[in-house]
Design a protein around this ligand. Sequence first.
Ligand SMILES: Cc1cc2nc3c(=O)[nH]c(=O)nc-3n(C[C@H](O)[C@H](O)[C@H](O)COP(=O)(O)OP(=O)(O)OC[C@H]3O[C@@H](n4cnc5c(N)ncnc54)[C@H](O)[C@@H]3O)c2cc1C
Length: 386
Amino acid sequence: MSTVVERSVIVIGLGSIGSMALWRLAERGVDVLGIEQYGRIHTEGAYAGESRLFRVAAKEGELFTPALIRARHLWQELSAGYGRDVLLPVGALSLAPGDHPDLKPTLRAIEQFDLPHEVFDADGIRARYPQFHVDDDDIGILDLSGGAVRPEMAVAAATEQAAANGADFRYHTTVTAIEPDDTGVRVVTTDGEYHARKVVVTAGPWTTRVLPEIADLVSIRTFALTWAMPRHVERFAPELMPGFMRDLDEVHAFGVPTLDGYSIKICPHIDFDPVHEWADRPTGLTREQLVWAGEQAQRMMPDLIPDVSRWSLHSDSWSDTKMPILDTTADGSVIVASAMSGNGFKFAPIWGETLADLATEGPAEFALAPFRIAAHRAAAAEVAPA
Ligand SMILES: Cc1cc2nc3c(=O)[nH]c(=O)nc-3n(C[C@H](O)[C@H](O)[C@H](O)COP(=O)(O)OP(=O)(O)OC[C@H]3O[C@@H](n4cnc5c(N)ncnc54)[C@H](O)[C@@H]3O)c2cc1C
């Protein structure tokens, strides 16, 4: 008979949020084990792809800005511990026609929380950021606390610091069942069984497999990351331009200055239908989509060669309301973070800390009511046809 390994807390999925939960739990001295189906870093997770935008002035609403202020401190703490800048403090620019609906909530967050920022009219942007094509009715809002996060480095940093604080790991091990019992939860994997008082599920786009009880609340959406090559790449260095979100003639794109020294990330949005199972996600781009992305990128930044120089597809877990799920499930011993809805990386350390709060039954300041499973169920019931 095989022995069951006993731990206080088990974190299932060591990607964006799970690696941070492990870090925050280990730092509190909790006896914690992390289980990950791939390696310490991998290319399949919602986090893969070189960079993620970080903003403090949340266009998603005031609800999120206090969490992002705390997240920024945690990103800095993580960077200090790792000895490298996981967060590049280059600022985050929202550039859009003055009447674009995202600009108002961004400015509201800035005013409400007195965030450092700059606002530019069209000529101001042309003078400061000549990389962009600018129309006369464009406005730029620069969130000076924003920037870009290096996701692979962040996951590596968090797991390294978790290990330094005593966390244990199982890589290349897939969790196949989670079974609550009288004393906690039994975790069945492809490499033995484990047991813990609490289990934290941070399985990202695999949530629908790992936690069937909330699978109806979670879908999987896929996004394309695309890079293009400037003719004068030196003008696109992080010292000279911020991370950005650009809306131009109904096309939304986001991007980051050059990090590889020859191209910049600029991702005009390509729409894919949501799916409910990882294996069903889209995995390729058509020639037409690539041509379109290259042309849009060059329209937004005229110095770019109008072709995509590299691309990759990544999937994220999603909810209908775009609110994350951060809650303890009905039996009380399984805690979940999911449905990050294309927005989760910037929050990763604060959601990790919130999961640590929930797992240790402390006050969880940022486990807000709209993130509860019941709130998601109520929202789903409202939109369901009678
Ligand atoms: C293309 C793209 C661009 C984005 N851009 C931004 C951005 O600019 N800014 C921003 O803030 N957010 C952005 N996001 C969103 C953000 O990246 C995600 O919300 C976040 O990475 C989700 O983290 P996660 O921990 O839920 O999932 P993941 O990072 O995927 O982690 C889940 C982990 O669980 C593991 N796992 C799953 N099932 C099992 C199992 N059965 N057993 C063991 N391990 C398991 C997986 O292997 C994985 O490592 C973007 C997302 C995408 C896809």
